[in-house]
Design a binder for this molecule. Structure first.
Ligand SMILES: Nc1nc2c(ncn2[C@@H]2O[C@H](COP(=O)(O)OP(=O)(O)OP(=O)(O)O)[C@@H](O)[C@H]2O)c(=O)[nH]1
Ligand SMILES: [Mg+2]
Length: 529
């Protein structure tokens, strides 16, 4: 019986009938090679699938009140583990730094335009305001009568903040004007000098508007204007995290140096001279106003007014006034440190993926997903949904804020707010198996503050020890530890560090420790499952 329906593929693959021995040998060799290539591709696909299956994903959530240093810590991770991307994006921070400069100057000008009348300090003017009451953090917090096992002290006991410990700059002032009647002429001269600065620096107002327009998408309805009354209670410019604002900036930029120039000469770039050929309008204005800004900042009378009003600009976020000459240069491009010091408030939540560029050991198989959130009160409801699926939480408590109140609620002491948040996290049942890492942050500011004579005991009732940094930081560490131990639903290790996350050297080591710890704990848990 003959075949009537032959398979066309068979026919196509069948060797030619009149094939010679040499042709046959060549054909067989070609087929063998093709089989090898195909096997290699299959093996590759299998290996990739295996790797994907094996790949560890570590989720780290950054939490803490506004200005605690979450986004700065994230930037440290980026600097360490995705250095190329960090370096490429550095130039986009220029607009943020420009705005930080303009706003610092604005704080000074506002302070000068509201002179204290002789003999009446701003503190006195406000001293009849309602006294700050302890408030609950927005996370659930326990009040319990259990005694702590830490030196017999209850974890609550230490956080008895003094009722008058508002710490707001305008209210913390206790010094009176020292001008006597005989100094009227000097005061008049001083006023005209202040007016001179106000006049000379008028162009900065327009600059500020330009920068806000550049940084904040037009459909954002959260206010971005400066508050009128208090020099330090300005509304902050914010961004929703993620690549969007950077994209907008990149599109808006006037001229940026060829990327190659940045890559070939990274050291030049970090020194602030990248070979920018032309600056944008904002930078030109800043450059033109540089001398006046420098004079203003170094003016002894201005310093005196700031001191009297207890405005410590050096401690405020986004402080660049000691770098004015460099940051107002026409060809200025931000350094690593500048990016870490820049202040841009976060609104919303974003997850950042880190395929660690360091391809060694375990890290090559670990993908990190770090979630950065907004820390102000209105933002805290966004935290909770992440509690379900997180391996570790890095909580930042800016301990230098013991004499400050929250920007969003001037009745709440910042340290007290951090304590309440910490209690809420420690006691949260959803998080009982999650590692909590504590950064007692802004230690550099704390140290300077204590050295300048601000007394901890004025703000924390139970504090009766020496007012030096080692004692204070040790005390606070032990108190946060006591809360952790007392409030955790089941025992877990206490990982805590005293940090200044703007400091690259010390933070690199701390982040490496955190990374190792989180990976190790993650590995342990996955083995147990
Ligand atoms: N001197 C000093 N400044 C710090 C430190 N940590 C953060 N900062 C600065 O404080 C400001 C606020 O830090 P951010 O990282 O933006 O704070 P955040 O927690 O993300 O704040 P939100 O986005 O409002 O929730 C920035 O200007 C930082 O450079 C620190 O340890 N020391
Ligand atoms: Mg932030």
């Amino acid at each position: 019986m003959g075949t009537t329906s032959e398979d066309p593929l068979d026919a196509a693959l069948r060797p030619p009938e009149n094939e010679t021995a040499t042709e046959r040998a060549v054909r067989l060799a070609r087929e063998a090679h093709a089989r090898e290539v195909s096997a290699a591709i299959d093996a590759n696909i299998r290996a990739e699938r295996q790797a994907k299956k094996k790949k560890k994903i570590v989720r780290l959530l950054l939490l803490g009140q506004s200005e605690s240093g979450k986004s700065t810590t994230l930037r440290q991770f980026q600097r360490l583990y995705t250095p190329t991307a960090f370096r490429e994006e550095r130039v986009l921070w220029r607009a943020v730094i420009q705005l930080n400069v303009v706003r610092s100057v604005r704080v000074i000008l506002d302070a000068l335009s509201q002179p204290c009348s002789p003999g009446v300090s701003p503190a006195r003017t406000h001293s009849n305001r309602p006294r700050p009451r302890p408030r609950q953090g927005s996370l659930h917090t326990h009040s319990t009568s259990n005694t702590s096992h830490h030196g017999g002290m209850h974890a609550d006991e230490w956080s008895h903040f003094r009722p008058d410990a508002s710490g707001s700059f305008e209210r913390a002032d206790s010094g009176a004007e020292s001008d006597s009647d005989g100094e009227i002429r000097t005061t008049t001269r001083r006023s005209s000098r202040f007016e001179h600065y106000q006049q000379r620096l008028i162009p900065l107002r327009h600059t500020e508007q330009l920068l806000i327009a550049k940084l904040v998408p037009p459909n954002e309805d959260e206010a971005t204007h400066l508050g009128r009354r208090s020099p330090v209670k300005q509304k902050e410019v914010f961004v929703r995290p993620g690549p969007l604002w950077k994209g907008a900036l990149a599109r808006a930029r006037v001229h940026f140096p060829a990327q190659e120039a940045l890559e070939v000469e990274p050291r030049r770039a970090s020194a602030g001279d990248t070979g920018l050929e032309s600056a944008d309008e904002v930078q030109e204005t800043l450059h033109a106003c540089a001398e006046d800004m420098i004079d203003l900042w170094h003016d002894k009378n201005v310093q005196r007014v700031l001191k009297r009003k207890k405005i410590r600009l050096e401690e405020l976020p986004g402080f660049f006034l000691n770098d004015l000459e460099r940051v107002t240069a026409l060809r200025y491009s931000p350094s690593d440190d500048d990016v870490l010091k820049a202040r841009l408030k976060t609104v919303g939540v974003a997850e950042y993926k880190f395929e660690m560029e360091v391809q060694s050991g375990r890290e090559s198989a670990t993908e990190w997903r770090i979630v950065d959130v907004g820390g102000s009160r209105s933002q805290r409801q966004t935290w909770m949904p992440f509690f379900d699926d997180v391996d570790a939480i890095l909580f930042l408590a800016p301990i230098s804020g013991f004499d400050q109140v929250l920007a969003e609620d001037n009745q709440v002491n910042r340290l007290e707010d951090s304590v309440l948040l910490w209690k809420g996290l420690c006691s949260n049942k959803l998080l009982q198996n999650v590692e909590l890492v504590l950064f007692l942050n802004k230690c550099d500011i704390l140290e300077k503050k204590l050295e300048s004579g601000v007394r901890m005991s004025r703000y924390i009732r139970s504090y009766d020890k020496p007012n030096d940094f080692p004692t204070v930081s040790k005390y606070l560490m032990s108190k946060f530890n006591a809360i952790h131990r007392e409030y955790s639903p089941k025992p877990r290790k206490f990982y805590a560090f005293c940090t200044s996350v703007t400091d690259t050297t010390t933070t690199a080591g701390i982040i490496a420790s955190v990374r190792d710890m989180v990976v190790r704990e993650n590995l342990k848990k996955s083995k147990l499952l």
